[in-house]
Design a protein around this ligand. Structure first.
Ligand code: NDP
Ligand code: 2IT
Length: 445
């Protein structure tokens, strides 16, 4: 495989799509050997077919705010690859959303979903709509207008969206209500639904829980546990919340959370009512974390800074892409951090990843470490198909088992000669092989 040629061609076709090109390069670099060992992948054009989405759908979303003013946003759905199951992946509502970001997320989703062991292909969608500061009725009208276009493109056996940044249970509810009316059916077309109408227990917690289950397995490879560990978490959204809950349950101490305005350092640990307060902050729709330090005076707010400067044993980036750079990685290593597990998608830059890998610390990339969210979405689809609901314990046990199996797959394909584990390679190769072999089986259609 001529990696440079493939990347140059892709860049020419999609100039300026930096996040997408970054995500593709990272995967291709780590599967290069496997592709070269399997010439039939090359003759079937597997790589070229895999890096280009099946289709990209864009549409206009027009809605009216509470003052009667008309707004126009862009809506997208990127259907990337459905070799192992229906397209599956979240919807992101954030002003930064563009095609490059959704294509990177859709591409990552292919391998992540493959790792879950469940039959789900890769996709992603969203809008540049900014939910910040919007009233509930504005959010409802936007979600309805968005679904007015999206509903034709999705279905319980073709493409099943869920949440991501800016899309939680509330938005899924408004979108589901509109879908049901337009499609005249009541099916599991979205995941992350409310518990009363087809949602799964544990889905809200699943991404964060899964990240911590994965980190627990990583720590076990060096004879360590979460007990007594000091942990930095970034973000204060859905993933950060679930991760904090689980770290505390396993005996660790979470000392940071962050927002776009800066980070909070709480040396006493974020537990109990403080974790509940994260939900309140989030629900306030203001997206700032500074008020935490007013509510809990033992904490300090550091404006325009990142939590990676705090001395911790474990780091869980749970906010957004490229939020942890080279200098941050150096700082974490200098301070003795032994394990980084990505709750967010692609939060570490390529330079930061190199530093983690070269220093042989445990580094779990998002497509493995945060796969628990979509895995539990898959379990929600299973329950919907059976028209049954599992208990909390049943779902949690299945999620835990899936995270252990993803860890095993990373070890199988990522073990280095020095017996440490390259989780990036392990996750990419394991995820890739299942998809590539399915594409071969199904011919060029
Ligand atoms: P939420 O919307 O619940 O929370 C994310 C929040 O983090 C955003 O509102 C954003 O605020 C804030 N944020 C953005 N940039 C930064 C930053 N630099 N530092 C700190 N905070 C920041 O989203 P989720 O918790 O669902 O998603 C977080 C990450 O996890 C994303 O990368 C997502 O793709 C990933 N993920 C989510 C899954 C899920 O099931 N929800 C599953 C797997 C991965 P603002 O809007 O002000 O920029
Ligand atoms: O990035 C992700 O895996 C998600 N946002 C969850 C996707 C899903 O379909 O549950």
């Amino acid at each position: 495989m001529d990696l440079n040629k493939i990347m140059n061609d892709l860049e020419k076709k999609h100039p300026g799509e930096v996040e997408y090109l970054q995500a593709v390069r990272e995967v291709l670099e780590s599967i290069e050997d496997v592709v070269n060992e399997n010439p039939h992948f090359e003759s079937a054009g597997i790589i070229e077919r895999l890096i280009e989405p099946d289709r990209v759908l864009t549409f206009k979303v027009q809605w009216v705010d509470d003052n009667g003013k008309v707004h126009i946003n862009l809506g997208y759905r990127v259907q990337f690859n459905n070799s192992i199951g229906p397209y599956k992946g979240g919807l992101r509502f954030h002003p930064s959303v563009n095609l490059s970001i959704l294509k990177f997320l859709g591409f990552e989703q292919i391998f992540k979903n493959s790792l879950t062991t469940l039959p789900m292909g890769g996709g992603k969608g969203g809008s540049d709509f900014n939910p910040k500061g919007k009233s509930d009725s504005e959010i409802m009208r936007f979600c309805q207008a968005f679904m007015l276009e999206l509903w034709r493109l999705i279905g319980p056996n073709t493409d099943v969206p869920a949440g991501d940044i800016g899309v939680g249970g509330k938005e899924i509810g408004y979108m589901y209500g509109m879908y049901k009316k337009l499609a005249r059916e009541n099916t599991g077309v979205l995941t992350g639904k409310g518990l009363n109408w087809g949602g799964s227990l544990i889905r809200p917690e699943a991404t964060g829980f899964g990240t911590v289950y994965f980190a627990k397995e990583m720590l076990a490879t060096i004879g360590e546990t979460f007990k007594g560990k000091i942990v930095a978490v970034s973000g204060f959204g859905n993933v950060a919340w679930g991760a904090t809950l689980k770290v505390v349950e396993l005996g660790g101490k979470v000392v940071t959370l962050s927002g776009p305005d800066g980070y909070i350092h709480d040396p006493e640990g974020i537990t109990g009512e403080k974790i509940d307060y994260m939900l309140e902050l989030r629900a306030s729709n203001q997206d700032i974390v500074a008020p935490y330090a007013k509510e809990f005076p033992e904490a300090t707010f550091y404006p325009d800074a990142k939590p990676w400067e705090v001395k911790v044993d474990v780091a869980l980036p749970c906010a957004t892409q490229n939020e942890l750079g080279e200098e941050d990685a150096k700082k974490l290593i200098e301070n003795g951090c032994v394990c980084i597990a990505e709750g967010a998608n692609m939060p570490s830059t390529p330079e930061a990843i190199d530093i983690f890998q070269n220093n042989r610390v445990l580094f779990g990339p998002g497509k493995a470490a945060n796969a628990g969210g979509v895995a539990t979405s898959g379990l929600e689809m299973t329950q919907n198909a059976m028209k049954l609901a599992w208990t909390r314990e049943e779902v949690d046990e299945k999620l835990h088992h899936i995270m252990i199996s993803i860890h095993n797959a990373c070890v199988q394909y990522g073990e280095r000669e020095d017996e440490t584990i390259d989780y990036v390679k392990g996750a990419n190769v394991a995820g890739f092989l299942k998809v590539a072999n399915s594409m071969l089986d199904q011919g060029i259609a």
